[in-house]
Design a protein around this ligand. Structure first.
Ligand code: MG
Length: 174
């Protein structure tokens, strides 16, 4: 049985993952409206991946006979002044998520919950990737600065990102 503290913390994490999805979706809409379909595509894929992160935690709670409590999502911004600003905010948010995952792991160690520790290892690795990817795009955007052709080329590149459903993020019990 999952401890009440871990159940509460994982439910808070589910809310944070859905909020990440909300943030990406809002950025996707803003990019699309501003004529950056490739950036919009990248953020749309990110939106789906963040939902999968939430589902992976939901399925874990169900597997452990714990209660899933979906809480209200906080409002998200709807406009960014540049792709650089959007990706800087993405990175700042991912760093917060990383801290939450690390705190969850520390709690699972304290509670001697080995299954939760094992499940969290995937997320620990995923956060390294998330931060590295966001940082890479920030580096590229800084190099491009406000060069229109550079933004156009990066937009073309980001149009190629495709979504792959995450294992363990289907309907609970499947
Ligand atoms: Mg996530």
């Amino acid at each position: 049985m999952l401890s009440p503290k871990l159940e509460e913390a994982i439910n808070a994490q589910i809310n944070a993952e859905f909020w990440s999805a909300y943030l990406s979706l809002s950025m996707s809409a803003d990019f699309a409206a501003k004529g950056n379909p490739g950036f919009a595509n990248w953020m749309h894929v990110q939106f789906k991946e963040e939902q999968d992160h939430a589902l992976k935690f939901i399925n874990f709670l169900v597997s452990r006979s714990a209660k899933v409590k979906l809480q209200p999502l906080a409002e998200v911004k709807s406009s960014w002044t540049s792709p650089l600003e959007a990706f800087e905010e993405t990175l700042a948010h991912e760093k917060k998520v990383t801290k939450m995952i690390n705190d969850l792991y520390a709690l699972a160690v304290k509670e001697e919950d080995y299954a939760t520790q094992s499940m969290l290892k995937w997320f620990i690795d995923e956060q390294v990737e998330e931060e590295e990817t966001a940082q890479g795009l920030i580096d590229s955007l800084k190099m491009i600065s406000n060069n229109g052709f550079g933004i156009y080329m990066l937009d073309k590149e980001l149009a190629n990102r495709t979504y792959t459903p995450l294992a363990g993020a289907t309907v609970a019990g499947k």
